[in-house]
Structures are given as structure tokens and as C-alpha cells.
Design a binder for this molecule. Structure first.
Ligand code: IN0
Length: 441
């Protein structure tokens, strides 16, 4: 008889695992079912280390997140969390009752036990990143949100860039990846920044409702007095301009993402890293110029997500996903309302540095490709007629449209809103005719 080999990965909760490690995989499953599956397909030399790293970070995050913990308690906890990793039997039972992952901290002694069984090099990497992240989080507890764009990068470095740096060290220490992967900390940092900025952009409403602000103040203040103003439909144009601005900022990291991914050799590591990245670019494409971000949760459809996850197994496949998602962004450029030039220019540059095909919606000079269908031409003619009309009405309308609504005299505010929604409707109709299946919810 010959042995039957199975191509399926070993299930996380398989027999043969020690109960404490099995419990760690269960805790992982409880905190993030889909990411647990992504960890499951990693090479077995990495699986326990990445599982423990994830749980440790999640524990730290639960403390940072907890609004019921007074500052005097939270800050020392964040700063000393890395020391708890070496303190056998430590648990934390004082998380707020609504903290999603409070159980993880209640059973943290099990995580600590499994941590102690990891290779010393893995332990040192995890503890070092936890120390730096805890210190960074503590620093941000007292600041009310994030101020400048540069500070946004610093905050995202602490909570996500460091994760990339830690993971890269672990990959290199496992011997599955070159030492160089662990040394390019700038690229690893960008991997995390791209993910975290995407989360922050997408979670506008949820964070606002929880009393948290992660959108950088100096950027949103160019578009509104209060961040919450974007929720008012009259502020739609300002909200979209700010949203698109932040998405463009996040896209800056794409060339680094490609450089990092191009250096990976192990297929399981490649897939592990590629999945969150393709989800992020698809999320940004879905959010771009989409007012739904301010009204609810914008999610990628499950089918689309599964397709991309299965696809993202090589650099060519990754390039294909980014090519399509960047084209989705340029297809939604707000032609008349807000400047999209910076985004168009950046996308052209990304395509060049990452070796992606040309953008179907932008010419090499940065001009938008005009629609070719008869219906499209008709709509374009209507659009041009509208432009002509606004030119003849003159600078008055121009100024009216460009002036932030709160700077206008009250009598003119409804006029601006009416003009804006008129434009919007015309544009939507035009898009419907061009590509009816691509209309958004
Ligand atoms: C992650 C990252 C992650 C995975 C792979 C490579 C990375 C390289 C650099 C930085 C982070 C990397 O991935 C997860 C993905 C995740 O958790 N997705 C959620 C979906 C969601 O919307 O939250 C899911 O449930 O599937 C991630 O988001 N973070 C993370 C945390 C720890 C580790 Cl070890 C790896 C969180 C964050 C803040 C983006 C770093």
C-alpha cells in the first residue's frame, strides 16, 4: 500500500498540537476568522510565531482601544506590555465589558506560555516591536487625534509599520526569506502604512461615532470646520475632496509595496503578505470618490475578495490586481468638481515604477481618455454644453462653487447645494450610460 498524501494545509486545531497552542489558534480564530485562515496557510516554521505575534499585538491594541481605562492606567500598561511577555501567568481582566477581544487578555497567560516556547530570536523580535509600539501608542494617548500628514505617517508607523518590520525580521530569522528582507525596514514600514491608512480612511464613520479621530487634522481642516461636517450631504463635495486627498496619500506607498513583495521568495510568505495588500487596494478603489464612506461601511464584495485572494500568488498576479484597481480609481475621477490631477499624476508614476500596463482612462500626458460610444459622446456634448453655460454665467458661479459652503452668506448656501447636486446627477447619468454595470450602491 502506498501512503495517501493530502495537499490540504494542516487545520489550525489539528490533533497533535499541545492544548495551549491549540487554544492560541482558537483565540486567533475568535479575534479574526479570515486572518486566522491566512495564517493557517503559512509554512509551519512560521505559523506559531506569527500566531503569537498577532495575538500579542491584538492584546496591546485592545488596551489602546479601551475607552473605559483611565489614562493613568492605560499609559503605564502600554509602556510595560512587552515586559508581561516574560512574566509567566500574567493576565488582564479589567478591559471594558464591550471590548471585543477582552477574552484574549483574560487568557493571556496561555499566549505568554506559547511565546516562551518560540525560538529566542523570534521572542526578541516580538518583544522589541511590542516595546516600541507600546511606547508609540502611549505617546499618542494624550494627543487628540493626528495633526499633520507627517504625524499620520508617525502614528501609522507605530501601529502598523512596526508590524511590517517585525514580520520581516521573523521571515528572515526563519531562513525562509533572505536576510535582506529583514533589513529593508523602510519597505516593510510602507507595507504597514498602506494597510493602516486604508483602514483609517474606510473607518471614518465608525471611528467618528466611537469618538476617535485618525484622519489628519491639517488635511481635513482644509475642507471643513469639523470632521463630523462631512456627514452632512451639503458638504458632499468637500468630503469627497478630502477623502480623495487621503486616498492619494495612501497610494504613495504602492511602489514600496511592490519593491517589498518583489523581494519575497517563499510562496506561503508571499501569499500571506499579498492578501492584505490586494484587499487594501480594492478597498481604496471602492472608497475613491464614494460618498458612501460618510454614510456607512464600504466593503468589498465577498466574491471579489475571494477571487483576488486566490489570484494573488505571484508578482504578475499582484500587478494585475493593482492594474485593475488603479484603473477603477481613474474611472471615478471627479472630472468637474475637484482636482484629480495629483492622483492622476501619481497613478501614472506608480504604473511606471511598478511596471504596470497603461491606464485605460488616462493618456500618457495625463489627460482623461474621452468616451468613444455614441451615448458617451452625447453625454459629453451635454457636459460641454453645461460647461459653456457656466462660463457664460461667468465667474460668479465659479466662485460660488469653489467657495467652502460655510464661507458663503446663508442665502447662497442652498444655491450652491442645488448646483452641486445638479452636477452630480448629470455626471451619474453620464456614467450610467457609459458603463451601467459599474454603478455604485
Ligand atoms: C497584520 C497585517 C499584515 C499581514 C501580512 C503582512 C504585513 C506586512 C506589514 C504589515 C502588516 C501585515 O495584516 C492584517 C490583516 C487583517 O487582520 N485583516 C482583517 C480585516 C480587517 O479589515 O481588519 C481580517 O480580519 O482579516 C492586519 O490588518 N494587521 C496585522 C496585524 C498583525 C499582523 Cl502580525 C499582521 C493590522 C495592521 C494594523 C494593519 C498592522
Amino acid at each position: 500500500m502506498h501512503a495517501v498524501s493530502s495537499a490540504r494545509p494542516t487545520p489550525l486545531t489539528s490533533q497533535g498540537l499541545e492544548p495551549s497552542l491549540r487554544r492560541c489558534y482558537e483565540l486567533l480564530d475568535m479575534t479574526s476568522r479570515s486572518f486566522a485562515a491566512v495564517i493557517q496557510q503559512l509554512d509551519v516554521a512560521l505559523r506559531p510565531a506569527i500566531c503569537i505575534f498577532y495575538l500579542v499585538l491584538r492584546g496591546l491594541d485592545t488596551i489602546e482601544d479601551d475607552m473605559t481605562l483611565p489614562r493613568e492606567r492605560k499609559v503605564p500598561l502600554l509602556r510595560s506590555f512587552h515586559e508581561m511577555l516574560r512574566q509567566r501567568g500574567w493576565t488582564f481582566t479589567d478591559s471594558g465589558p464591550n471590548e471585543k477581544d477582552r477574552q484574549l487578555l483574560v487568557e493571556f497567560d496561555i499566549v505568554i506560555l506559547e511565546f516562551s516556547k518560540l525560538k529566542p530570536a523570534f521572542q526578541d523580535s516580538i518583544a522589541d516591536i511590542t516595546r516600541k509600539m507600546g511606547a508609540g501608542m502611549a505617546e499618542f494617548v494624550d494627543r487628540k487625534g493626528v495633526d499633520t500628514a507627517a504625524e499620520w505617517d508617525v502614528y501609522c508607523h507605530y501601529v502598523a509599520g512596526l508590524v511590517g518590520i517585525g514580520l520581516s525580521r521573523i521571515f528572515a530569522q526563519s531562513g525562509l526569506e533572505d536576510a535582506a528582507v529583514g533589513e529593508r525596514e523602510d519597505l516593510a514600514n510602507s507595507m504597514g502604512l498602506f494597510l493602516q491608512k486604508t483602514n483609517i480612511i474606510r473607518d471614518y464613520l465608525e471611528d467618528l461615532e466611537d469618538g476617535r479621530i485618525f484622519w489628519p487634522k491639517q488635511i481635513w481642516q482644509r475642507h471643513a470646520r469639523e470632521l463630523a461636517d462631512f456627514r452632512r450631504p451639503a458638504q458632499r463635495i468637500a468630503a469627497l475632496a478630502c477623502l480623495n486627498h487621503l486616498i492619494t496619500d495612501a497610494l504613495r506607498h504602492v511602489p514600496d509595496v511592490f519593491a517589498y513583495m518583489g523581494a519575497l521568495r517563499n510562496p506561503t510568505v508571499f501569499n500571506f503578505c499579498a492578501i492584505p495588500q490586494v484587499m487594501a487596494i480594492a478597498t481604496l478603489a471602492r472608497c475613491y470618490n464614494n460618498y458612501a464612506v460618510f454614510c456607512g461601511v464600504v466593503k468589498i464584495r465577498k466574491g471579489e475578495a475571494v477571487k483576488m485572494i486566490l489570484e494573488a500568488r505571484s508578482m504578475d498576479a499582484l500587478a494585475h490586481v493593482f492594474h485593475e484597481q488603479l484603473a477603477e480609481i481613474s474611472r471615478h475621477f471627479p472630472m468637474m468638481e475637484t482636482p484629480y490631477y495629483a492622483t492622476a499624476e501619481l497613478i501614472l508614476r506608480i504604473r511606471k515604477t511598478c511596471g504596470l500596463p497603461d491606464d485605460p482612462n488616462i493618456t500618457s500626458t495625463g489627460a482623461l481618455v474621452r468616451p468613444r460610444s455614441t451615448a458617451g459622446k452625447l453625454m459629453l456634448r451635454r457636459t460641454l454644453r453645461w460647461s459653456l453655460l457656466s462660463v457664460t454665467i461667468g465667474g460668479a458661479v465659479y466662485v460660488l462653487l469653489r467657495t467652502p459652503i460655510h464661507d458663503l452668506p446663508p442665502a447662497l448656501q442652498p444655491v450652491q447645494s442645488a448646483l452641486i447636486s445638479w452636477q452630480e446627477r448629470a455626471l451619474e447619468a453620464y456614467r450610467q450610460v457609459r458603463e451601467p454595470q459599474a454603478s455604485r450602491d
